[in-house]
Design a protein around this ligand. Structure first.
Ligand code: GDP
Ligand code: GDP
Length: 470
């Protein structure tokens, strides 16, 4: 046979685009897929480098493969700008995008930016964690879950590991053979769908690992705890040379799946001079909180609750994160029952939203009690994600109003009509009624506490929004 190239016009073939930052192995993957047929590399005028394009027969399907490697030089000045500009037109025409990351260097900010952009393009994406040779590599690939592009496929293009799986996954994701080529209007539709989905993203539990932060005052035992949690399975990846040092990600896993520890760089950051120590632990906590879903607030239980602990707890509440209170150095505490109660009282008295907060006491140093920590984190996360059924919510609401009608304001009664849960993460409710802007704070607290107790939402910030309805 002279050639196995398809007789169909090239334009009709499905298009697979390989994208990702430089050096992750795009060309190596391209060569694996296209093999010796690279002869068909095409020139694309208008860019300084040739766009590498080839054809491949993958499990009997003929496809066009475009490698965006090498286009970066032509584009704007930042790494991310270059990645994006080089890929923009290719991605727009893709039936499938193979988004590649380097499993050995971990997720970099450029990967993250690009993944966010890619999600909005509404094209099918297959996430590839390349350079994942050996057992270590497969574990490292797990981190790529955090990109929100589904399960990463771990491969080693250079060593040929996982390439057969890659081919199978590509074919699975292609449009059926007889599907018409993508039309402009379906493209717009997909983009609109992607945009609509983006509007809801706050509420949707993202795929991938739970994002966990460990915060607390200096010397509370955060580093000791981190090392205890990592144990033998210690795995620290990154940072990428030349990129920000904060791109360090640490992964661990429990029975329920992967957990990503965020901002461990902040955790390791030690203050240079004593006077800034206190300030730094708060500002480092803010960074960690923004990235986290669940926050472990570590206290040195031998010292009780310090004003600064409350300050961090307030930040957690303000950011709407769910919190687990960790009483560390439990080995050194003598009067355990009293200590636990005193700490809980102090926290709950200072912060209404921390009512019912899950408390775990342990010794990071010896490991005693530590096994309860991650299950507690998982339970707190469930609460934070919880949705209350509308029917039950409104029956409860009527009962609450009947028991304590809203007060008179300027001699007129406020009318509260109904309540709905707008979103979760954290649980957020909207109350509709007339003149709701005048609803006193203590009445709002009555409703929030009621929600917390009735619907079992301990230790999570609850948001109550008030809306006027005619
Ligand atoms: P591109 O810039 O994304 O096209 O990356 P290349 O394909 O040029 O690969 C960049 C570097 O990574 C080269 O030195 C490759 O040999 C190396 N590389 C590619 N795939 C793998 C792999 O699976 N494992 C390892 N260890 N190195 C790889
Ligand atoms: P970080 O500043 O919060 O990261 O705190 P470190 O992890 O560096 O711990 C501060 C000090 O507390 C170190 O001397 C630790 O050995 C000690 N420490 C940490 N955890 C425990 C514990 O569970 N019990 C006791 N007795 N000491 C601990």
């Amino acid at each position: 046979m002279s050639s196995s190239f398809p007789s169909a016009p090239v334009d009709a073939l499905p298009v697979v685009v390989i994208a990702g930052r430089p050096n992750v192995g795009k060309s190596t993957i391209f060569n694996r897929l296209v093999g010796r047929r690279q002869a068909l590399v095409a020139d694309t005028p208008g860019v300084t480098r040739d766009r590498k394009e080839g054809q491949a027969t993958v499990r009997g399907r003929n496809i066009r493969i475009i490698d965006t490697a090498g286009l970066e030089e032509a584009a704007p000045d930042t790494l991310y700008g270059r990645m994006r500009a080089s890929s923009e037109s290719a991605v727009a025409h893709a039936d499938l995008v193979l988004f590649c990351i380097d499993a050995r260097s971990g997720i970099t900010p450029a990967d993250q930016h690009f993944a966010n952009w890619l999600r909005r393009q509404g094209r099918p994406v297959l996430l590839i964690a390349n350079k994942a040779e050996g057992r270590q590599g497969a574990a490292a690939a797990m981190e790529a879950f955090s990109l929100g592009l589904g399960a990463p496929l771990a491969i080693s293009a250079e060593h040929g590991e996982g390439v057969a799986d890659l081919m199978a996954e590509i074919v699975d994701r292609l449009p059926p053979t007889d599907a018409p080529p993508v039309q402009k209007n379906t493209r717009r539709l997909r983009r609109e769908q992607a945009e609509a989905a983006e509007g809801e993203e706050e509420d949707v539990r993202p795929p991938g690992p739970l994002r966990l932060a460990i915060v607390g005052r200096p010397n509370a035992g955060k580093s000791t705890l981190l090392n205890r949690l990592l144990g033998e399975e210690r795995m620290i990846t990154g940072p990428e040379p030349g990129l920000t040092r904060d791109s360090i990600a640490v992964m661990l896993s429990d029975d329920e799946g992967p957990i990503q520890l965020v901002d461990t760089a902040g955790l390791r950051r030690k203050a240079r001079i004593d006077e800034t120590l206190e300030k730094m632990s708060v500002s480092a906590s803010i960074e960690a909180l923004k990235m986290a879903e669940v926050v472990i607030l570590v206290l040195d239980a031998t010292l009780g609750v310090h004003e600064q602990d409350l300050q961090i707890a307030r930040l957690i509440e303000r950011e709407g994160r769910c919190c687990v209170l960790a009483l560390n150095k439990w080995d050194a505490v003598e009067d355990r029952a009293d200590t636990r109660q005193a700490i809980r009282d102090r926290i709950e008295m200072s912060l209404a939203q921390m009512r019912g907060i899950p408390v775990v006491a342990f010794s990071a140093l010896t490991g005693a009690g530590i096994n309860k920590l991650l299950p507690t984190v998982r339970r707190a996360y469930e609460v934070w994600n919880r949705r209350v059924a509308t029917g039950a919510l409104n029956r409860w609401f009527e009962m609450m109003i009947e028991r304590h009608p809203p007060p008179l304001v300027d001699g007129r009664r406020l009318k509260l009509r109904y309540i709905t849960q707008a979103k979760s993460r954290p649980p957020t409710f909207i109350v509709f009624g007339t003149r709701t802007d005048q609803l006193p704070e203590d009445y709002q607290r009555y409703l929030v506490n009621g929600l917390r107790e009735t619907f079992d939402l301990p230790g999570t910030p609850i948001r109550l929004l008030l809306r006027a309805s005619s």
